[in-house]
Design a protein around this ligand. Structure first.
Ligand SMILES: *Cc1c(COP(=O)(O)O)cnc(C)c1O
Length: 356
């Protein structure tokens, strides 16, 4: 499929202060769109000026949440070239989400080509500041103007880009996390393993409760027994207990993070003992009490590695590693960002360099 390009006649002023970009506020000049119609498949691929969409108020995504999304970043290296981190993993995962939400499959190679072309057109928007990046948001929405409940016959696949600041402007500060034991986010058989807005809608109330108690994020427990650890809002979670790297196994209710997968591969390559298994919050508390809980950190594209300094479960408040970043968390952060920004050798072949 050809990609038609229509460039804007009114390019926007690019942000001059890259340290104050924050996350997700600023959008670039162009976006990629393609449409899907039953009987026709995906068609009309185009890069056009960034603008509001024309959408019926009856569009099915607005009523029944048939939508999926992805999140990745473009990084500028020291020599000015631009690269992505494992983009094929994002588009493969989008197809996993598509399948669960009865949305048609996309062609992974074509989507990478489209993204390459879009980012190349917008390359001046990729920040130069260390730690800043161009956040990439691909998403698909159901568009039929219809209030009945069924999978839609028409969709839009869109990619928008947002220059974003360094997640940690003042070094890697540990976050405080509140273990939610009332609400649940997902259950096995539900949509927990997909990246879809509905999962986030279900999580807002827990986030709100955490904020009220002065914690920054929520750690979710399993939806049935509220005993097994699942994941943090938009991050997978890791524990280092007695020199073993432990993370909840993928059993259908948590997202298969690409950062999670990369961290597991890195730790294995360093000869560390690594296990993906069911782990209860009680086991974590016991490890804490016996002095064996060495480090806790979250993993996700936005923060890469987010050290956890405090973990509150009911009345129990655990302070991890003196509320400082642990040595393994730091080494993982340095290695991951080193590869992403082209500062250290990419032994795993994770980096995708723009072709256009
Ligand atoms: C996106 C996301 C993650 C992190 O996945 P990455 O691929 O590492 O960015 C973790 N949990 C949830 C619920 C997410 O939506």
């Amino acid at each position: 499929m050809d990609i038609r390009v229509e460039l804007t006649k009114t390019p926007k002023e690019k942000p001059t202060d890259e340290n104050n970009l924050g996350f997700g506020h600023v959008f670039t000049d162009h976006m990629f769109i393609m449409n899907y119609d039953k009987g026709q498949g995906w068609h009309d691929a185009r890069i056009v000026p960034y603008a509001p969409l024309e959408l019926s108020p009856a569009a099915m995504c607005l009523h029944y949440a048939q939508e999926v999304f992805e999140g990745l970043k473009a990084y500028r290296t020291a020599d000015g070239s631009i690269q992505l981190f494992r983009p094929e993993e994002n588009f493969k995962r989008l197809n996993v989400s598509n399948e669960r939400l009865v949305i048609p499959q996309i062609d992974v190679d074509f989507c990478i080509e489209a993204l390459d072309k879009l980012v190349s057109i917008e390359k001046d928007w990729v920040p130069h500041t260390d730690g800043a990046s161009l956040y990439i948001r691909p998403f698909i929405i159901a568009c039929d103007p219809f209030l009945g409940v069924r999978p839609a016959d028409s969709y839009m696949f869109i990619i928008i880009l947002s220059p974003s600041g360094a997640y940690y402007s003042t070094g890697l500060n540990p976050v405080s996390i509140y273990v939610e034991s009332n609400y649940v986010r997902a259950v096995k058989g539900g949509m927990g393993f997909t990246k879809t807005g509905g999962n986030y809608a279900a999580s807002l109330i827990g986030q709100d409760e955490a904020h009220k108690q002065n914690y920054s994020q929520v750690l979710w427990l399993d939806g049935v027994e509220k005993k097994y650890i699942e994941e943090v809002g938009a991050m997978n979670i890791f524990f280092i207990i007695d020199n073993e790297v432990v993370t909840p196994a993928l059993q259908g209710s948590i997202l298969s993070g690409i950062t999670r997968k990369s961290v597991l591969e890195l730790c294995k390559s360093w000869g560390m003992k690594v296990s993906e298994k069911r782990i209860t919050i009680q086991e974590v508390a016991d490890a804490y009490d016996s002095g064996k809980l060495q480090e806790v950190f979250g993993t996700g594209t936005a923060a890469v590695i987010s050290p956890v300094g405090t973990l509150k479960w009911g009345d129990k408040v655990m302070t991890i590693n003196d509320n400082k970043i642990g040595s393994i968390s730091q080494k993982l952060y340095d290695t991951m960002t080193g590869i992403q920004y082209g500062k250290i050798e990419d032994k795993f072949n994770w980096v995708y360099k723009l072709k256009n």
